[in-house]
Design a protein around this ligand. Structure first.
Ligand code: SF4
Length: 306
C-alpha cells in the first residue's frame, strides 16, 4: 500500500512482446510478402486442408454451411445424409413439413432456427432462381440465412469461384498474425483479399481454419510447434516450449470438434432468428451446441472437450 499522503506510481504500460516490436515498422510490401509466406508455410503444414463439409452439389453445400453455425462440421456431416435422402433439392425442402425437418436437424443444435432458415432459403431458391443456387455473391446474400461467409464458402468450394470466408478462426488468426487490425469480418475479408492473389483466397481461408483448429487455438496456442513462429507478431502468447507445445497440437478430422472446433460465425439472418446465438457460443468457448436434445438457449451451451 502507498504511504499516507502519497499516491502509488501508475504502473508502466506493458511493453509489447519482442515479436510484436519487430513488426511495428513493417511496410505494406513487407506485409504482403509475409502474408504470402504464411500462406505457403500453412500449405506445406496442411496439404490436406479442404472444405470439411460433405456435399454433392451447391445446394447441399449451401444448406450444410447454414447448419454448421454453432456446431462442428463432423456433426453436420452426420446429419445431412438423412436430410438430403428425404429432401434432396430446394423444391423438396421448400415444401417440407417443418416439424419433420426439425426432428432431423435436432442434433445440430438451434434446430428450430436452422429449420426455418433452410426451408426459407429453399423457398427463395424456388421462387427466384428456379430452384438452383446462383453462383453470384450479390444473389446469394439475398437468400434468408445466407451472409457473406456462407456465400464465400459456396462460391469457393462448389463453384470454384475464389471466395474468402471469414469465420471465427480466420478472424482470430488474421489479427494475431497482424494481417488486419479490424474485428469486422467484412474488413478482414478485404484486408486478407488484398494481401494474396485472388486465386489463393479459398485455400488461404481453409488453411487458416485448419491452423486455428489444430495449432493456434483460441485459448492455448501452440506457438512452440507453429511453422509461423518467425512471421507472427503474437508469437509467445501461447506455449513456447517445443515439447509442451507439440502436445497441444491436434491432428486430423477430430480436430474439427471440441473447444475450438465449432463454427461460431452465425450469419445475420440466423442470428436474427436466434438472438444472441453467436455471442453466447463465443462466451461458452465455441461449444458444440448440438449435444443436447432440446433447443438450447444461452444456458444450454456448454464448453466442449478441449
Ligand atoms: S500459434 Fe502462436 S506463433 Fe503460431 S500463429 Fe498462433 S500466435 Fe502466432
Amino acid at each position: 500500500m502507498a504511504p499516507r499522503g502519497t499516491t502509488a506510481a501508475p504502473s508502466a504500460p506493458a511493453a509489447p512482446p519482442r515479436a510484436a516490436r519487430r513488426f511495428a515498422s513493417e511496410t505494406a510490401l513487407g506485409r504482403t510478402r509475409r502474408a504470402r509466406r504464411i500462406d505457403r508455410a500453412l500449405g506445406e503444414r496442411y496439404p490436406d486442408a479442404h472444405c470439411e463439409l460433405d456435399f454433392r452439389d451447391p445446394f447441399e453445400l449451401l444448406v450444410a454451411t447454414v447448419l454448421s453455425a454453432q456446431t462442428t462440421d463432423v456433426r453436420v456431416n452426420l446429419t445431412t445424409p438423412a436430410l438430403f435422402a428425404r429432401w434432396p433439392d430446394a423444391r423438396a425442402l421448400a415444401a417440407a413439413d417443418p416439424e419433420a425437418v426439425e426432428d432431423v436437424l435436432r442434433p445440430t443444435g438451434f434446430f428450430r432456427a436452422k429449420t426455418k432458415a433452410v426451408i426459407g432459403l429453399s423457398a427463395a431458391l424456388v421462387e427466384r432462381f428456379d430452384g438452383e443456387v446462383p453462383p453470384r455473391m450479390a444473389d446469394l446474400v439475398t437468400l434468408p440465412g445466407v451472409g457473406r461467409k456462407t456465400a464465400n464458402v459456396v462460391l469457393g468450394n462448389a463453384f470454384d469461384i475464389p471466395g474468402l470466408p471469414v469465420d471465427t478462426h480466420v478472424l482470430r488468426l488474421s489479427r494475431r498474425l497482424g494481417l488486419t487490425e479490424s474485428d469486422d469480418p467484412l474488413v478482414v475479408e478485404q484486408d486478407l483479399g488484398a494481401l494474396v492473389e485472388k486465386r489463393d483466397w479459398t485455400m488461404l481461408s481453409h488453411r487458416l481454419i485448419v491452423h486455428g483448429r489444430r495449432t493456434c487455438h483460441a485459448r492455448r496456442p501452440a506457438c512452440g510447434a507453429c511453422p509461423l513462429l518467425r512471421d507472427c507478431p503474437s508469437a509467445g502468447i501461447g506455449e513456447l516450449d517445443p515439447v509442451r507445445a507439440a502436445a497441444l497440437v491436434k491432428s486430423g478430422p477430430a480436430a474439427a470438434g471440441g473447444e475450438d472446433g465449432a463454427d461460431t460465425g452465425a450469419e445475420p439472418a440466423l442470428e436474427a432468428a436466434a438472438p444472441g446465438l453467436a455471442d453466447a457460443a463465443e462466451g461458452a468457448g465455441a461449444a458444440d451446441a448440438g449435444a443436447g436434445g432440446g433447443e438450447p438457449g444461452v444456458e444450454g451451451l456448454s464448453a466442449g472437450p478441449g
